[in-house]
Each structure stands twice: as C-alpha cells, then as structure tokens.
Design a protein around this ligand. Structure first.
Ligand SMILES: *Cc1c(COP(=O)(O)O)cnc(C)c1O
Length: 474
C-alpha cells in the first residue's frame, strides 16, 4: 500500500515513510492510493471482534512495512482497559469505545475514556507507540514541537511521555487554560516532556511554532517534528471506532448514521473513509458551533475559510477552527481524485480566498457521500446539556452537545443515529454548572489533579527564547 499526495506532485511512499511527517513535500495531504473494501460477509466476520483485534484487522490493511506480529503487539498494548479506564457504569471499559443507548435509535459512542478524557487519545496513544517503534528501528530521534489551547497538547504529552527517541516541546498560553487542563499537562513529570508556558495567547504560540518550523536549518539540526491533525496515522486509528460503534448498534449490517462534532475535519474524515471501505453508513452529520465554515460549505457548496480574527471563542473551544485542514482529503475523493483540479481549488484557499463547487456539479455529488450538516449556538448547547441530563440522567460536554443539536435536526425515525462523544463533561466543568447547576463527577484517578506538583517553564512571547530552550534541552 503506497500513499499519494492530494496535490499529486510528491513521490508515493509507504506507511512508515509518511508516519513521522505532516504535509507532503508538495503541500498536500497523504491518502492511501486506494481504500481496502469489506464485503457483507467480511463485516459479518468482524462483528464479534474485540477492539484490538478489530483495530489490527482494519489497520493492517493500510500498513505493509511493519511485520504483522510487531503491528499486532503495538495495537494490543495501545488499546487496553487500563489505558481507557474511565467508563460509565452501564459500560464496559474493555470495549475501549463503548456505546451508550440514550433511547430507541439514538446512541452515544464514548470516545473519551482515555487518559486525557477526549477522543484525541484514541489516535494519539497509537501514534506514540508507532513513533517509538519506527524511531528505535531507524535509530532516529524526533523533537515534537506543538502549540495547544488544551486538548491536543495533553493528548500528545500523555501519548509520548517516557517514549524512547521522542521529546515533546508543547507551547501553551500562560494562565489561559482551565485549571483542570493546566493541571493535566503540567503535572506530567517525565523528563522528555517540556511544557512551555508562553506570555501571550494561543495564536502567539502557534505563530512561534510556525516561525521555528520555517527556519529550515533549525528544523533539520534539531529534528523538529509535529503530531498535528493532518497526520495520516491519526486518521487511520480513528477509522476503527466507526466499525466498533456500527457493530454495537446493528445486527445484520443495516444502515446507520453518525453525527460528529467537527473542527479540523479529522474525526469525520475517518468516518468518510470507513464508508468508502464498505461500512453501511447512511449519513455523516457534520456538527459545528458558531464557527460554521463547514456548515456553510455542506449547505451551499462554497468553502470560505476565515482568519483568526474572525474565529470566535466559544463554549466548545476545541471546535473553534475556521480552516479545516482535513477537508482537502474529502474534496480529493469528491472530485474523483483529480489532483490538477485540487491544486486549482487550494491555490485560492492558500491565498486566503475561497472556492465554489456549484459550477461544475460537484456540489450535487456531496449527497452521494452521505454528508449533511448543522451548527449550534451556546444557548442550544446549554439547552441540550440540560435536556439530556433531565430526561436521561446522562451528562454530556459542550462539544457532544453540538452533536446532539445536529443529530436531532437530521435524525430519521427508522435509522439508528450514533453521536460521537468527543470529550467528557469534566473537562468543561463551568458550562456544566451553567446548564444544570452542579459539577460533573470526576474519575477517581483525577480527583486531586490540581494539587499535584507542576513542571513548566514560563517564556516570553519570542521565537528566539523557544529556540534557545530547545537547544539547551535536547
Ligand atoms: C479536537 C476536538 C474536536 C474536533 O475534532 P476534529 O478531528 O478536528 O474535527 C471536537 N471535540 C473535541 C473535544 C476535540 O478535542
């Protein structure tokens, strides 16, 4: 299996060759040259597999340069009930992504039972183990540099802590994360994890990461890498739980729909690929918040990203994204994998412009791929958190509440709808209190996390200070 770039100007490469990188050299995103397909009978044979067995069955179709037994071992140690230890009392932790029935034909797929209580753990934990394996094999090292406003950074740190050949330098805005998020990241004591608290806002952190990465000599000398959401390994890991969730709510391969709270389009892109592989998905519902660039695109066929100034800070902050990198992967499939056409579309996007798919009939084709969309407001999220708690005694977080809004809008009475739970309510305590007047329950292991000793460095908002810190610590 080779991987090709959506822009068509990069050499096709194998899985291990693209694993550690981000963008392809031509600026595109990697995709497998074709999608493996599962038949009706294949699906039946996969139906009763446990999570790691299912994960190996799917992932091994995309990886042909890691020996099967090694891949199996990596997957088996990633998806254990000790790593995904949190689960609601109706659920079993060994399901890794257990299902929760809300009512007939409405379910939550719990993706947030890992160490940082958000769905990014599912992919990042696998990435940590794959990175370590590939780096040790090649006798190489990598220094991961990233910026975070909360979720991504902690998922990366928990995945990479203590891993051979890997250091993590994670920039976050000084005193701007919630107390819980801060404690989650800064209480990590492993020597290979460096929390750099920058006197600025999140965009400043991101600008520093860009400036360091654009210094090609520094990047090469200090082996700077990234684990951002365009990484193919993250998408690949996420395909698995669409199958797991599907089998949990069906009996004989009937069609179901998924609703996915969306930011960078990574999670739902994995759903699109699962569908292309033959999983009977009727609809993929894109749920956005007030930052509704994707809702606009799926409703009108016009993709018009916004800049940071026009991106709102909302109560579902992990979806405050107005340029959805992974959309490029879907558009590539939508336009029949025509890389010349794709280059034209993104020429406009990369220059701060937009594109319109109505002119050549591509917009019409979107429905053949199952996509449909919705957006929500803060008031609607609070309403759904309150409603779901009062009717079913289930607490949901603000991102999952975006999902409920969209799911209720698009649910069909005879098609099961599965909403992906992308974070646990505990991560966004203040909004839960706003909605229902009480705090969500905490997993025991995180009960006193704010009291643990913290390990972080405060730096000025200056690229040179970050570079100097990296120089001194690798
Ligand atoms: C990252 C994140 C999202 C958005 O996921 P994408 O893959 O970027 O679409 C949604 N909810 C939560 C809680 C997240 O952390």
């Amino acid at each position: 299996m080779k991987y090709i770039s959506t822009r068509g100007q990069s050499k096709p490469l194998s899985f291990s060759e693209i694993l550690l990188g981000g963008l392809a050299p031509d600026g595109g995103l990697y995709l497998p040259e074709h999608y493996p397909k599962f038949s009706y009978d294949d699906l039946n044979s996969m139906r009763s597999m446990n999570y790691p067995t299912l994960a190996f069955h799917i992932i091994s179709k995309f990886v042909d340069d890691i020996p099967e037994n090694d891949l199996k071992e990596i997957i088996n140690k990633t998806y254990t009930k000790d790593v995904y230890a949190y689960s609601r009392k109706e659920q079993k932790a060994e399901d890794i992504t257990p299902i929760l029935k809300i009512k007939d034909n409405l379910y939550i797929l719990s993706l947030s039972n890992g160490p940082t209580l958000a769905f990014k753990d599912i992919a990042m934990q696998l990435l940590g183990n794959l990175f370590e394996y590939v780096l040790v094999k090649k006798n190489k090292e990598i220094n991961i540099l990233g910026a975070t406003s909360g979720d991504t950074g902690s998922a990366a740190e928990y995945a990479m802590r203590g891993k051979k050949g890997i250091n993590v330098f994670m920039l976050s805005p000084y005193q701007k994360m919630s107390r819980f998020q801060t404690a989650q990241m800064f209480s990590i004591q492993d020597a290979n994890i460096f929390n750099l608290s920058i006197k600025g806002v999140f965009d400043d952190c991101q600008d520093i990461v860009k400036a360091v990465s654009n210094d090609l000599n520094f990047k090469k000398d200090f082996k700077i890498g990234a684990v951002n959401s365009i990484n193919w390994g993250r998408i690949l890991a996420q395909i698995v739980y669409y199958f797991k969730g599907y089998f949990a709510v069906t009996e004989k391969n009937e069609e179901i729909s998924f609703t996915v709270p969306t930011g960078n389009f990574g999670n739902i892109c994995a759903g699109h690929i699962a569908r292309m592989m033959g999983l009977p998905i009727k609809r993929l519902v894109v749920a956005t918040n007030e930052n509704n660039v994707l809702d606009e695109f799926f409703k009108a066929g016009i993709y018009k990203p916004r800049d940071a100034k026009n991106t709102l800070h909302t109560s579902s902050p992990s979806m405050d994204i107005s340029k959805a990198s992974n959309l490029e992967r879907f558009i590539f499939d939508l336009i029949g994998r025509d890389d010349k056409k794709l280059n034209l579309l993104w020429q406009s996007v990369d220059q701060g412009g937009d594109f319109n798919l109505n002119q050549e009939g591509f917009f019409e084709k979107i429905k053949d791929f199952g996509f449909i969309s919705s957006s929500s407001t803060h008031k609607e999220r609070i309403h759904f958190i309150k409603e779901i708690y009062s009717q079913y005694s289930i607490m949901i977080d603000t991102h999952t509440a975006d999902g409920f809004k969209a799911a209720f809008e698009h649910a069909e009475s005879n098609v099961p709808m599965v909403i992906l739970e992308t974070a646990l309510p505990i991560k966004f305590e203040d909004y839960i209190v706003e909605a229902i007047g009480k705090k969500p329950e905490r997993p025991k292991s995180l009960m006193y996390i704010e009291d643990l000793p913290q390990r972080f460095e405060v730096l000025n908002n200056q690229t040179e200070e970050v570079k100097a810190f990296i120089r001194q610590n690798v």
